[in-house]
Design a protein around this ligand. Structure first.
Ligand code: ADP
Length: 664
């Protein structure tokens, strides 16, 4: 008996401790209430039951969340800019847009709300102003309607609290004028008992709210707070979330990190591509022992801050075999109208996500649902030129890797030619992720050698020859210049998730019955392009000198090698067409001429996207000439000289022009 008494006592002590933890945890009242209620249940049930474990874990979770724990923002924009520059070469327009975004955010988040109190009774005016100043608002007062209007002309106010009955211009008239000239400003009517009906009329005419004298302080505070909430919502809704879109390895993540550092906030990433169902975002209901909150709440708890920078990676990868609607789940997290009271299914009480700064990243934006895209401010990241890569490597990647591998900067030096060799022969990418890996790998090997050699290495200079020693034989060949011009093989440029890429479209003919065979992991749109290309060639057989009955007795096979890469989009139409014409006319296609363009059945060439990425890919592959639809002229003109170096860009209007440019 006594034993159970001790058990019981210590159980009650434990419950008491938890109760104290709840009250110390700074939870908002609704959460505290739920936690208390849950605790009451625990006090009554057996500690060995499953419900007890579930309840205990839950309370523990609530207590450990950083409800109000926020890092203080560093709002020094000059410092922020310095930090962005410190770790990133170039990217000037991107940095500028980020700075603008930060400036607006910082202003919005930190501007004290401005209130105007209008009352002809001095005591009432002063009282109200005093109460509101204590709430940390920036309060101006005016003794009558005329003066109020002058203040309103001079500067912007978020909320006006106006007495209904005043001298010449009374509250009602003030309201009318504000509605016309300052539509963003909210008006709260302050009214004596006798004029309540007029106050109600004022609300019908567009006042935000009214409070009757003598007012309760809570009522005033609450009305002002609600009026202001609407203000921040409006300012925040559109484009409030940054989205970094572009190929891998172009600096999206590391800029996100720098933004967090600049603001003095904590930083974390969530890979959306790995999420399998809505509960990963919204949390699991608390019905079984292993139930968990969603990733956003989990991360916030892990890094112990309610206002971190959270990078949601791979927005475009979400959705493939995702259970439920990822778009709407994400909107709940991201949308300022909803995320103020984000309710994770596990928590079951709202958690305010409005001070989290979300940054999304994606390789391409085609698959992102429109409602989500509306909320984002998209910043495009593009691939780097070879020259940019060399500069980034020598200024950032090499010093970083040399340091990280325990080598000293003065003793290891990469020649520019060596870096260029890695770029050209060991990597093929729009960004610099693999480049960094290869440099890391060289540094690791040097570190190993220096440990093995007694006395350490004196000085290592990495030349192109050394690269081969460290990294083995080159990984990539220049298929364009190393191969021969062939009949039925044309060089094309496509956009992929990893930037731009070069493809070789192959066409073959064989005895058969008019069949078109298409292989090589092509998407539906690309298959249709192939069909359109064939139809065009057939309907213009005479022009190309192809015997009329040729198609009656032949099958055509179109193949695009590198089957592992999913390829789609209409921009390969032109390349497929040229491969076919080459095949059927017997004229070899120049390998070093690459093309991109959509075709119509009437032989027009339509403009396509991602010209920059494609031209970069062409240069990487050492293509000499790139054929671009004439209607992409503007995109071509926007390209910097560095990108256009070594490639000739030809704008083409008609298929006939392209045929003569490409076919020998
Ligand atoms: P992403 O998130 O776009 O895939 P990362 O941010 O991970 O790319 O970048 C890959 C690597 O390249 C990182 O080490 C990053 O610091 C570096 N990097 C990318 N762009 C730049 C740049 N402009 N200047 C310096 N380093 C860069």
């Amino acid at each position: 008996m006594k034993f159970f008494k001790i058990m019981e006592d210590s159980h009650q002590d434990f419950i008491g401790e938890l109760r104290q933890k709840i009250s110390l945890s700074n939870m908002p009242p609704p959460a505290a209430k739920i936690a208390e209620r849950e605790l009451d249940v625990l006090a009554r049930i057996s500690p060995s039951s499953a419900e007890y474990t579930i309840g205990l874990t839950y309370i523990d979770y609530l207590v450990s969340l950083p409800w109000n724990k926020k890092t203080e923002d560093n709002l020094d924009l000059a410092r922020a800019e310095r930090i962005l520059n410190e770790n990133h070469y170039g990217l000037n327009t991107i940095k500028e847009r980020i700075m603008e975004h930060l400036a607006v955010k910082v202003l919005m988040m930190n501007r004290k709300a401005r209130l105007l109190v209008v009352d002809d009774e001095e005591i009432a005016r002063k009282n109200l102003a005093h109460v509101l100043r204590k709430e940390d608002y920036d309060v101006t007062t005016a003794a009558d309607g005329e003066r109020a209007l002058r203040e309103l002309e001079a500067s912007e106010f978020d909320v006006v609290l106006a007495d209904l009955r005043m001298g010449r211009i009374d509250g009602m008239e003030l309201l009318d004028r504000i509605r016309i000239r300052h539509s963003e400003t909210r008006v709260i009517m302050v009214t004596g008992f006798a004029t309540v009906p007029s106050a109600i009329e004022a609300v019908q005419k567009g006042a935000f709210h009214y409070i009757a004298k003598p007012f309760k302080l809570d009522e005033v505070r609450d009305a002002v707070k609600r009026a202001l909430e609407k203000r921040t919502l409006r300012a925040n809704t559109k484009g409030s979330v940054l989205c970094f879109a572009g190929p891998p390895g172009t600096g999206k993540t590391s800029l996100g990190r720098s933004i967090a550092r600049a603001l003095g906030r904590k930083f974390t990433r969530i890979a959306l591509g790995g999420l399998k169902d809505e509960a990963d975002i919204r949390g699991h209901r608390r019905t079984y022992v292993g139930a968990k909150p969603g990733r956003v709440i989990e991360e916030i708890r892990r890094i112990e801050s309610a206002n971190p920078v959270i990078m949601l990676d791979e927005l475009d990868k979400i959705g493939r075999d995702f259970k439920g609607d990822p778009g709407s789940a994400l909107l709940e997290v991201l949308d300022p109208e909803q995320n103020r009271a984000f309710t994770d299914h596990y928590l079951d009480v709202p958690f305010d996500l409005s001070s989290v700064m979300f940054i999304l990243t994606a390789n391409v934006l085609d698959t992102v649902p429109a409602p989500l895209r509306d909320r984002m401010e998209v910043i495009e990241f593009t691939g780097y030129t070879q020259e940019e890569k060399t500069r980034i490597a020598s200024r950032f990647l090499c010093p970083k890797q040399i340091g990280e591998k325990g080598l000293s900067a003065g003793r290891v030096a990469f020649d520019d030619e060596a870096v260029l060799k890695i770029i050209q022969e060991y990597t093929r990418e729009a960004g610099i992720r693999n480049l960094e890996r290869k440099i890391a790998s060289v540094c690791r090997k040097i570190a190993k050698e220096s440990v093995e050699r007694q006395g350490g290495l004196l000085f290592v200079r990495i030349t192109p020859d050394e690269i081969e020693r460290y990294l083995g034989r080159k990984k990539y060949h220049f298929e364009v210049i190393e191969g021969k011009d062939r009949i039925g093989v044309a060089t094309g440029l496509v956009r992929t998730e990893s930037g731009g890429d070069i493809i070789f479209v192959e066409a073959a003919k064989m005895k058969g019955t008019k069949e078109l065979i298409i292989t090589g992991s092509l998407g539906d749109v690309m298959r249709e392009s192939a069909q359109a290309a064939l139809s065009y060639v057939r309907s213009n057989a005479a022009v190309f000198g192809i015997p009329e009955d040729f198609f009656e007795h032949h099958d055509i096979h179109i193949h695009v090698p590198s089957g592992a890469i999913q390829k789609d989009g209409p921009s390969a139409g032109l390349t497929i067409l040229i491969a076919l014409v080459s095949l059927l006319t017997g004229r070899p296609a120049r390998r070093e001429v690459a093309m991109t363009g959509e075709i119509t059945l009437t032989g027009r060439i339509l403009p396509v996207g991602a010209i920059r990425e494609k031209v970069l890919a062409a240069r990487r592959a050492k293509v000499k000439t790139v054929v671009v639809p004439a209607r992409n002229r503007e995109d071509v003109e926007e390209l910097s000289d560095e990108i256009k170096k070594d490639v000739e860009l030809r704008l083409a209007d008609s298929i006939a022009e392209v045929v003569d440019t490409v076919l020998v």
